[in-house]
Design a binder for this molecule. Sequence first.
Ligand code: C2E
Ligand code: MG
Ligand code: MG
Ligand code: MG
Length: 286
Amino acid sequence: AAKRAGKDRYARCTDEMHRQHMEARDLPEQLRGAGERGELVLHYQPIVDLALGRVDGVEALIRWQHPTRGLLAPDAFIPQAEESGVVDELTAWVLQRAVADGAALHAAAGRQVSISINVPAAALVRGVLLDELRHGSREDVQLILEVTETTLAEPAAVPVLEEFRRRGVRIALDDFGTGHSSLAALRLLPVDIIKLDRAFTADLPGDPRAGHLIRSVGSLASALDKPLVVEGIEGADQLAELQRLGVVLGQGFLLARPAPLAQVLPLVAPGATVRGLRQPPLTASS
Ligand code: C2E
Ligand code: MG
Ligand code: MG
Ligand code: MG
């Protein structure tokens, strides 16, 4: 009987595993056409000038309104989308949507507000985005492509990034400091902006090493004449420490969570400042 019970448990276990496996396997199929069906959503998270409290730009972050599973975060479907190649369709949709929303942001702000999208290196290599940009680029939208250090593994992406740059698109190196070749990425990839991964911020303000590292990356960025964005600012103490360290641009839940366009538009309006920075400290430039 014991053997029998064990067998049942085994069967239940494989049923569940089977279900999850099927779900994961079906995901790329379900993603196909999701943009046209209105299931994809972009949320925008402000990138903030820490001295002025002003929104400098926004990052587009994808969500999928899945027909049965609710609103899914990118980690739940981007890896599968990348493996299956359906990520190209998705990335093209993101670019189109972001350019349209970028125009709305520009209108609401009355000034340039950059808009960043995340692009997998493989999608760059396959050339989807350049065609998309040819149809969709607009004078009033300042586009930034965020790539990670893993792009180093796709040398063919470099000329594509350079072509984007020639068309006025800037390149940001995302999650900087988390890979095995951060400095190689700075040396070998055409990069205009450095985004320091939130792992570094997480250790603030308690760990002095984190402070030293952030200050050093700050010097590196200014020596290379590239703006530095520090990610993952969650606490007022972290913000204060980053301001003390001279960090100019930041992103994080304390400042603003990713939100639908309608909620972000008021944050870019003339004179608006973000939460956590209601009363920005006076600086020489303000
Ligand atoms: P990422 O590009 O590094 O984006 C930042 C992620 O950190 C976002 O998660 C954002 O919500 C989260 N975040 C921002 N501030 C804080 C904070 O203060 N604390 C913490 N703990 N997290 C914070 P999200 O939206 O879940 O996106 C996760 C990743 O999925 C992104 O990391 C990016 O690599 C990828 N992703 C997002 N949108 C797209 C897309 O349209 N296409 C592709 N290919 N990848 C995307
Ligand atoms: Mg990003
Ligand atoms: Mg990032
Ligand atoms: Mg990240």
